[in-house]
Ligand binder design. Structure first.
Ligand code: C2E
Ligand code: MG
Ligand code: MG
Ligand code: MG
Length: 280
């Protein structure tokens, strides 16, 4: 009886795995097609200085609307793109497109704005990455300082020496580095100390419960001075309420990003938003 039960469980497990693999391969096919047909697009979310409320930068986020008109969230398709290696080409397209947007923005009178681009560890690890980055920057004729690459703590899997050398070379190009989703990864403090980053982005998970009697504030209270000690600006992700901003201000946070100020927007909407922000 125990044996047949076990087999039943294995059969169920295999089926679940099979569906999973099938679902992934369907997703990947759709993604390949969307990429080839140029159906992916970028949206941009402003990053705001917490004191002056001035826009200090943007973050580019990739979007995919599938053939049925449904949005597929990047948290679903980026991992698939990473596993298949498609992320290398996709990531270069994101970089090029984000820099084109910066050039367009400059023509529209928004010159000095900075752009954060998310980069997966699979991209960083790819041998051609640095050369490609250099070429894309040169072709764009923008100041490299306008670009910032956002990496997560997961870069730790490359090993400290390799990561710090890689990020150092990126910095030497003039490009900024941000550590994204900070606090959710597994890297040690000595690791963070060795990463040559300019910005520390506190993960949304710690910002969510900042209100209600400062419950989540304990972690933010630790991370903000930590970032400052290590010479970084600290950004809070996922800020949705005035109350959160108040707490973050008290804790000395430098910049905020979140629905409270703006959702990620397509280019046209961004232009309107920036014009309004400037008028205020
Ligand atoms: P991330 O880089 O940490 O981006 C922040 C995510 O938080 C975005 O989700 C953004 O839409 C969302 N967000 C911003 N403000 C708020 C808020 O106030 N409340 C809530 N609930 N959410 C907020 P999105 O666009 O779905 O992206 C998810 C993740 O997918 C990103 O996390 C990033 O890791 C990855 N991703 C997105 N675009 C790219 C890309 O071009 N390349 C790579 N490699 N990864 C990307
Ligand atoms: Mg990011
Ligand atoms: Mg993040
Ligand atoms: Mg993330």
């Amino acid at each position: 009886q125990a044996k047949s039960q076990g087999q039943g469980r294995i059969a169920w497990f295999t089926r679940a795995l099979g569906n999973d693999a099938k679902e992934r391969s369907t997703l990947l096919q759709g993604l390949h097609k969307a990429f080839d047909l140029n159906r992916l697009f970028l949206v941009y979310q402003p990053k705001v200085d917490i004191q002056s409320e001035q826009v200090v930068g943007l973050e580019a986020l990739v979007r995919w609307r599938d053939e049925n008109g449904h949005m597929v969230p990047p948290d679903r398709f980026i991992p698939v793109a990473e596993q298949s290696g498609l992320i290398v080409a996709l990531g270069l397209w994101v970089l090029r497109t984000a820099l084109q947007t910066l050039a367009q923005l400059a023509q529209a009178g928004h010159g000095q704005i900075q752009m954060g681009v998310n980069v997966s560890v699979v991209q960083l690890e790819h041998p051609g990455f640095l050369a490609e980055l250099k070429a894309i920057l040169q072709a764009s004729q923008l100041a490299p300082e306008q670009l910032e690459l956002e990496v997560t703590e997961s870069v730790a899997i490359l090993g400290l020496d390799r990561v710090s050398a890689l990020l150092e070379s990126i910095r030497e190009l003039g490009v900024g580095i941000a550590i994204d989703d900070f606090g959710t990864g597994f890297s040690s403090l000595s690791y963070i100390d060795r990463l040559p980053a300019h910005r520390l982005k506190i993960d949304r998970a710690f910002i969510e419960n900042l209100d209600s009697e400062h419950r989540g504030a304990r972690i933010a209270r630790i991370i903000i001075p930590l970032g400052h000690q290590l010479g970084m600006k600290v950004v809070a992700e996922g800020v949705e309420t005035r109350e959160q901003i108040k707490v973050l201000q008290e804790l000395g946070c430098d910049e905020v990003q979140g629905y409270f100020y703006a959702r990620p927007m397509p280019y046209d909407e961004l232009l309107t938003w920036l014009a309004k922000a400037r008028a205020n």
